[in-house]
Design a protein around this ligand. Structure first.
Ligand SMILES: CC(C)(COP(=O)(O)OP(=O)(O)OC[C@H]1O[C@@H](n2cnc3c(N)ncnc32)[C@H](O)[C@@H]1OP(=O)(O)O)[C@@H](O)C(=O)NCCC(=O)NCCS
Length: 196
C-alpha cells in the first residue's frame, strides 16, 4: 500500500464488487464522513506507518484528505475500511486491488495481480482481526472471481505482516528492493479460499 492510498489511481481489472463484507468481529465497509478524524489519526500514526514509508504530519494528512473527500479513501473497487462490528468504529484499512506493472514485484508476466494490503490500528493488534478481515475478503473474492494468484508485498522486516501472510496461507516467493528497502512478495491461489 502506498503512503496515501486515496491518491492511487486504480489499476483497471476485476476485483471485488461488494460494498460491505461481514467478517465476524470486524466488518469491511466503505468510508463515511464520520471516519475522517480516525483516518487522519491512523495515517499519521508512526507505529502504523513504520513499514509504510513513515508517518506524515496530521496537518498534511488532513489537508490531503479534505482535498479529495473521505469517500475517496475507499473509492476504488476492492478498497475498504475495517470497522469494529460492535461499535462500527474505524480500526483499519484493507484492499484487494491490482498491482500496477510500473511497480516492481510480480509473479505474472503481465503483472496487475490481485494484491492484498492491510493496516490496523495498534490498539486492535493481537486479536486476530486482520486475519478475520483478510479471510472474509479472500473468500468473497474467491466466490466472485476465477482462480488466480493473489500477492502480498511487505517489508521483509515487517514481522507482524509476514506472520499474518503466513497464517493466511501465503508463501514467500521472492524478494526485491523498492525505495531502497527489501520487500518480500508472498503468494497464494485464490481457489484456496473457495468454500467447498
Ligand atoms: C500487519 C497487521 C495488520 C497485523 O495485525 P495483527 O493483529 O498482528 O494480525 P492478526 O489479525 O493476524 O492477529 C494475530 C495476533 O492475534 C492473536 N489472536 C487472538 N485471537 C485470534 C484469533 N481468533 N485468530 C487469529 N489470531 C488471533 C494471534 O495470536 C496473534 O497474536 P500475536 O501478535 O501475539 O502473535 C498490523 O501489525 C498492522 O497494521 N501493521 C501496520 C501496517 C502494516 O505494516 N501493514 C502491512 C502492509 S501490507
Amino acid at each position: 500500500m502506498t503512503s496515501r492510498a486515496w491518491h492511487t489511481r486504480p489499476v483497471p481489472g476485476r476485483t471485488l464488487t461488494a460494498l460491505r463484507i461481514d467478517a465476524g468481529d470486524v466488518v469491511l465497509r466503505k468510508a463515511r464522513d464520520s471516519d475522517r478524524d480516525a483516518i487522519i489519526a491512523h495515517a499519521s500514526d508512526p507505529e502504523v506507518r513504520a513499514h509504510l514509508g513513515g508517518a506524515q504530519s496530521r496537518r498534511d494528512v488532513a489537508r490531503d484528505l479534505d482535498e479529495v473527500g473521505v469517500s475517496a479513501v475507499t473509492g476504488s473497487p476492492g478498497a475498504y475500511l475495517i470497522a469494529d462490528t460492535a461499535s462500527d468504529a474505524f480500526v483499519g484499512t484493507m484492499s484487494l486491488t491490482r498491482r500496477g506493472v510500473h511497480h516492481p514485484g510480480h509473479v505474472s508476466p503481465d503483472g496487475e495481480e490481485l494484491e492484498l494490503a492491510y493496516t490496523l490500528s495498534p490498539r486492535a493488534w493481537g486479536r486476530g482481526w486482520a486475519f478475520q478481515a483478510a479471510t472474509a475478503v479472500l473468500r468473497a473474492a474467491a466466490a466472485e472471481l476465477p482462480d488466480e494468484p493473489v500477492i502480498i508485498v511487505t517489508h521483509s522486516a515487517n514481522d507482524r505482516s509476514l506472520n499474518l501472510a503466513r497464517r493466511l496461507g501465503f508463501e514467500p516467493a521472492t524478494t526485491f528492493d523498492e525505495h531502497g528497502v527489501q520487500q518480500t512478495l508472498a503468494v497464494v491461489n485464490l481457489r484456496e479460499f473457495a468454500r467447498a
